[in-house]
Ligand binder design. Sequence first.
Ligand code: SF4
Ligand code: SF4
Length: 204
Amino acid sequence: MIMKILKDIKNLIAGMGITGKHLGRHAITIQYPEQKWEMPERSRGIVVLLSDKESGELNCTGCLLCMKACPSAAIFVDAPRDPETKKRNLISFTVDNGLCCFCGLCEEACNFSAIKLATMYEFSEPEREGFIWDMKKLQEVGIDVDYIDTRKKKPVKKVVNPAAAPNPTVDKPATEKPTAEKSPEEVKPAAPPVEPDKPKEDGA
Ligand code: SF4
Ligand code: SF4
């Protein structure tokens, strides 16, 4: 009995010693959910759709590359091609977060800075259906997500004031072709015509 009490006291002192050792140290846990981890920029959290910072419109062109790249079949894009313009019309974009394995292949496949694995990691749901996010929700969650826009934007056309003097660097005469587009005949002088070989008189 006495031995058992002594053993308990020894264990108690050992436990107090470990607690005392960590008292002055920096805490390695946080008070979740009041406190949250700030995830590194390149961490793979939830998949979101990105929007143009100026217009607020989705960057997605409906090219389907992300859907084809996804190994989990978590992405479904409905974007039929217009028979006249041959361009795709984005009708719906769905991501099933219950299937997503956060591999990042969709982000790698996209050429239009339109999809990204954001740093957000909280999306638990009580029902399975809650993990399926439609285009509206994907855009809403991704609207403030920072990204590097790698799209090649077309330059905005300047409205030319007719009263202003023509700018030779911009307004070139329609008849003048740039040097690079001129054909070799226009650049080089024409070669003299080649006379046909005369038949030899000795018949050799
Ligand atoms: S992160 Fe991977 S699994 Fe998830 S949607 Fe993108 S390609 Fe599919
Ligand atoms: S997110 Fe990117 S890869 Fe996927 S359909 Fe849109 S433009 Fe294409």
